[in-house]
Design a protein around this ligand. Structure first.
Ligand SMILES: [Zn+2]
Length: 440
C-alpha cells in the first residue's frame, strides 16, 4: 500500500481537552503502509512543495468532519446474539437470573457454524457504528465449549477488520456449575484459556453462596497470573448493596500486580451501597488501577426489578469513578438475547444513556465524553500501545457526521467512514433529499 492523505478533518484524540472545537483549524492525516505518519495543517501543500508526486498519493477529502479513534465495545456476548426469540428463551420477568436460566435451558443445540453465523451479524452491526475493537465473553459452562470454539475461529478469520478479545466466561458459575463428567466451571474456564481465550471471566454474585463467590475471585486471579491473561469479571451485577466482590477482586489483583489488566464489569451494586463504603473502596480501586465496564442500557432494563418505587437505575457510579481517576469504558452487552430484547451496536446511543443516567452533562463532561468509547476502552483492553491517533500507530480511525465532539454527542452522530490500517472498511453518506426551507 502506498501513501494516503486524508484531508480537511477536525480531530479528537479522546484525550482530555481534545474537543475538536468547530473553530479549530482543520487538519490533514498522512498514512503510509497502514500506519499514521503525521497529523497537521496543509500537509498536502507541503508534500507538493517537497516534490512529492501527486499521483503517488491517494487523497480523500473528509469534508471538515470529526475524526476520532475507532470505538471500543468492551462488553458484549457474541455467542448469545439473536437468540431472544428461540422457543423457551423468552425472559418473562426481565431479570438477570431468569435470563441465565433461559439461556441454560436452551443452549444445548448450539453448533460452531450457527454461533459464527449469528456472531458475524452482530459484529457487522457493531462495525457499521464505528466499532473496531470488541471484548466478547464466551460461555464455557458447556462441556463442548462450542461458543468458545466458534469465537476463536472468528477472531482469526476477521482479524483484518475487527479486533476480538475473548473472555473464558463461566455463565453458570465457577463452583455452582457441574458438568456431565463432574467438571466445574473453573475447570472449563481453565480449558478455555489453554485453547486461546484472552481473558479470565467470573460471575461471583451468581454463585450459590458467598464462599463460592469469594473462592471464584481467588481462582480468577490465580488463573490470570498463571497463564498471563487479562481479567474481566461480571461483578456485582445486582442491586444488593451487600454484593461486594469488587473489593476482593481489586485487592487480589492489586496484590498480584495485575490490577491494570483487570476489568470489573457491571458493578451495579455500587449504585446501592452507601457513600462511606464507596469512599473507602475508592482508595483501593485507584491503587489497583482497576478498570470498569458499564452496560447502561442492559442494566437499566435488568436492575431494579425487585424494587417498587423509588426504583434504582441499575448502573454503577460512572461519574464518581471517573472523577476519582478510575478508568470506565462502555459496552453494548446484548443484542436480542434472553437478557435484553434490543441492542444494535450503536455505541453513540450507549454513550447517550450513560451521560444521562450518570448525570454527566456539564459542557466539560460532554466535550470529554468520547473518551468512554475510545481511549478508555483501549485502556481496559490493554491495547493503548497500538491504539490512538499518533504517528507510528496503525491507521485506524472513524469519521463522525459532526464537526466537534459536542455536536457529535448532541446529534448522536452517525459514523460516515471507518478506516482500518489505512483501508476504508465502509463509507456512508447522510443526505437530505428535499430542503425544509425554514431557515431562509
Ligand atoms: Zn455480560
Amino acid at each position: 500500500m502506498g501513501m494516503q492523505l486524508f484531508t480537511n478533518a477536525h480531530i479528537a484524540t479522546g484525550e482530555p481537552g481534545s474537543t475538536a472545537a468547530q473553530t479549530a483549524p482543520v487538519q490533514d492525516i498522512l498514512v503510509q503502509d497502514g500506519r499514521f505518519v503525521e497529523f497537521g495543517e496543509h500537509l498536502g501543500e507541503r508534500l507538493a512543495a517537497q516534490g512529492c508526486d501527486k499521483h503517488a498519493l491517494d487523497v480523500v477529502d473528509l469534508g471538515g468532519k470529526l475524526v476520532c479513534p475507532p470505538f471500543c465495545d468492551t462488553h458484549l456476548h457474541l455467542d448469545y446474539v439473536f437468540t431472544a426469540r428461540k422457543p423457551g428463551a423468552v425472559n418473562e420477568s426481565g431479570t438477570l437470573f431468569e435470563g441465565i436460566q433461559r439461556w441454560s435451558e436452551t443452549k444445548s443445540d448450539l453448533t460452531v457454524d450457527e454461533v459464527k453465523h449469528r456472531a458475524k451479524i452482530g459484529i457487522a452491526k457493531e462495525m457499521r457504528h464505528g466499532v473496531q475493537f470488541i471484548r466478547t465473553h464466551a460461555d464455557v459452562t458447556d462441556p463442548n465449549l462450542t461458543s468458545l470454539k466458534a469465537l476463536l475461529e472468528l477472531k482469526e478469520e476477521l482479524a483484518d477488520t475487527v479486533t476480538l478479545q475473548i473472555v473464558s466466561f463461566p455463565q453458570e458459575g465457577m463452583y455452582s456449575y457441574e458438568g456431565p463428567h463432574g467438571e466445574t466451571g473453573a475447570d472449563l474456564v481453565e480449558e478455555g484459556l489453554k485453547m486461546g481465550a484472552d481473558c479470565v471471566g467470573g460471575i461471583p454474585h451468581f454463585e450459590q453462596c458467598r464462599e463460592f463467590g469469594e473462592r471464584s475471585m481467588h481462582t480468577v486471579v490465580e488463573l490470570a497470573s498463571r497463564y498471563g491473561k487479562l481479567i474481566d469479571v461480571h461483578c456485582d451485577e445486582t442491586d444488593d448493596p451487600n454484593s461486594r466482590y469488587v473489593e476482593l477482586l481489586a485487592a487480589l489483583a492489586y496484590k498480584a500486580g495485575i490490577g491494570e489488566r483487570t476489568t470489573a464489569s457491571h458493578t451495579c451494586s455500587l449504585g446501592s451501597t452507601d457513600n462511606a463504603y464507596f469512599f473507602h473502596l475508592t482508595k483501593l480501586l485507584k491503587a489497583a488501577k482497576l478498570n470498569f465496564a458499564c452496560a447502561p442500557t442492559e442494566n437499566l432494563y435488568l436492575q431494579g426489578r425487585q424494587d417498587t418505587f423509588p426504583k434504582r437505575r441499575g448502573i454503577t457510579r460512572v461519574k464518581e469513578l471517573t472523577e476519582a481517576g478510575v478508568n470506565v469504558s462502555l459496552g453494548q452487552d446484548s443484542m436480542q438475547d434472553p437478557w435484553y430484547p434490543l441492542g444494535n451496536g450503536n455505541m453513540m446511543l450507549i454513550l447517550d444513556y450513560v451521560l444521562h443516567l450518570a448525570q454527566m452533562m456539564s459542557f466539560e463532561e460532554i466535550d470529554d465524553a468520547l473518551k468512554f468509547l475510545t481511549i478508555n476502552g483501549a485502556t481496559s483492553l490493554g491495547m493503548r500501545n497500538e491504539y490512538g491517533l499518533e504517528p507510528g500507530k496503525p491507521a485506524n480511525f472513524i469519521v463522525l457526521d459532526a464537526d466537534s465532539v459536542f455536536n457529535a454527542v448532541y446529534e448522536r452522530a452517525d459514523v460516515l467512514r471507518s478506516v482500518r490500517a489505512g483501508h476504508t472498511l465502509f463509507t456512508r453518506t447522510t443526505t437530505i433529499d428535499t430542503e425544509l426551507n425554514l431557515l431562509r
